[in-house]
Ligand binder design. Structure first.
Ligand code: CA2
Length: 149
């Protein structure tokens, strides 16, 4: 099974700024943790990060040829991007929305997600563990799909 993890804008700054909100774990640390976990679960993993909305849209479109599941932290685009929402809705790949912080316990504008209605589900508030939990959820999704086939 193949999983593409997409990190949105500013997540490349993790670990260096706002540690009180996002912790001290860097994006490299998160990707390394995911790579280890994926190997243990027998999952083929690719990760990308971009600050550009169009690049995220293209990555979602291209994932359709390879990924069985998408894990996406759209970061600030969660709350603004119809383009990312439409791309997820257009591809036949289940998506899991991930956030490091509990977006529902922060400013009001972070409670609205354009992505949640087209995602299978959302995991938020567990720091780097949100991604680990998403990987486990991805495996569950893929094995249920295989059982049905
Ligand atoms: O909690 C999350 O994972 C978020 O997706 C992070 C986004 C935020 O806009 C969402 O509402 C929730 C922000 C990512 C920016 O990350 C930074 C990391 C370090 C320093 C500055 C920003």
């Amino acid at each position: 099974m193949n999983v593409l993890v997409i990190h949105g804008p500013n997540l490349n700054l993790l670990g260096s700024r706002e540690p009180d909100v996002y912790g001290r774990t860097t994006l490299e640390d998160i990707n390394a943790l995911l790579a280890r976990e994926a190997q243990a679960l027998g999952i083929e993993l690719r990760t990308i990060q971009s600050n550009a909305e169009g690049e995220l849209v293209t990555a979602i479109q291209e994932a359709a040829g390879w990924a069985d599941v998408l894990i996406i932290n759209p970061a600030a685009y969660t709350h603004t991007s119809v383009a990312i929402r439409d791309a997820i809705a257009a591809v036949d790949v289940p998506a899991i929305e991930v956030h490091l912080s509990n977006v529902h316990a922060r400013e009001d504008f972070r409670r609205r997600s354009y992505i949640a209605p087209v995602a299978v589900g959302q995991i938020a508030g567990f720091g780097a563990d949100s991604y680990r939990l998403a990987l486990q959820a991805a495996q569950g999704l893929a094995s249920r799909k295989a059982d049905k086939a």
